[in-house]
Design a protein around this ligand. Structure first.
Ligand SMILES: Nc1ncnc2c1ncn2[C@@H]1O[C@H](COP(=O)(O)OP(=O)(O)O)[C@@H](O)[C@H]1O
Ligand SMILES: [Mg+2]
Length: 260
């Protein structure tokens, strides 16, 4: 049972307000190694804000964050990276005009003993990491702007795992992709899972993520409606959680669940 292991991430009773708006209100979520947890809810439910607190982009007003069972202080994105937390945003942070290897090492280039760029080592490592994620990828010499959305996505993910991400946050990863590319991202996620990486998959569309997820958390108005294993609930039941805030018998209700 995963419950007996130490979670990779626990966010407990997290709250943040912007002006008078409680964007996130006493939300608790967790994630285990090798697990895919989907964070679902309508636009404005508070998903991105909650996850940006984990990524160090926002500072919480209250609540606690534990990584591998220990309380941590995440003040900025650099702190988050130190805990192995990497974020793949919807707007992929890839440099369009350079190739995959250059993207993997952007700002962290490998150098030879003479101080020049070690292109050979960087390309070899790029081939190794990309090969693990996406064995069919061949376009190492092309600028990233020539790649498909799915291939760009794999470059962004390779960059994260190259620097030892243990916790990957993907915020609406398939929002800009076609069906074939979405399937490709699904394959990437399975690969990462097999490597023991924990993944938060954020989406406003249950159909994008339900089949990939081991568990789902549903948010509404900044609160957690409930959580469930995807084997214990149907898609329609999760839709009921998203739309009405109503928890089915197979789910564990959170503070945002409506009674009855
Ligand atoms: N930087 C911000 N300043 C003010 N309000 C914000 C900010 N970020 C998010 N919000 C508000 O917080 C709420 C939750 O937004 P968000 O986390 O983006 O939702 P989701 O990702 O679920 O669509 C919304 O009401 C949104 O307008
Ligand atoms: Mg969002």
């Amino acid at each position: 049972m995963t419950e007996q292991r130490t979670p990779l991430v626990e966010m407990k009773d997290i709250s943040i307000a912007f002006g008078g708006i409680h964007a996130v209100d006493q939300a608790s979520i967790d994630l285990y190694p090798g697990e895919v947890v989907a964070l679902l809810g309508h636009n404005g439910a508070g998903k991105s804000t909650l996850i940006k607190i984990l990524a160090g982009a926002y500072k919480r007003d209250s609540g606690e964050i534990l990584i591998n069972g220990e309380t941590v202080e995440i003040r900025n994105p650099r702190d988050a990276k130190q805990y192995g937390i990497e974020t793949i945003y919807q707007t992929l942070a890839v440099a369009d005009n350079v190739d995959a290897a250059a993207n993997l090492y952007l700002g962290r280039e490998l150098r030879t003993a003479w101080g020049t760029l070690d292109d050979v080592a960087m390309e070899a490592k790029a081939r190794e990491v990309m090969g693990r994620l996406n064995p069919n990828f061949r376009r190492f010499k092309e600028p990233v702007k020539a790649l498909s959305g799915g291939q760009r996505q794999s470059v962004a993910i390779a960059r994260a795992i190259l620097f030892d991400a243990r916790i990957l946050i993907m915020d609406e990863p398939t929002a800009a992709l076609g069906p074939q590319e979405t399937a490709q991202v699904g394959e990437l996620i399975k690969q990462l899972k097999a490597e023991g990486i924990g993944i938060f998959l954020i989406s406003h569309d249950i159909h994008d993520v339900f089949d990939l997820a081991d568990r789902v958390f549903v948010m509404k108005n900044g609160q957690v409606v409930g959580q469930a294993r995807t084997t214990d609930v149907t898609k329609d039941e999760v839709l009921g959680m998203i739309i009405m805030g109503k928890c089915p018998p197979g789910a564990t209700p959170g503070p945002g669940a409506i009674a009855g």
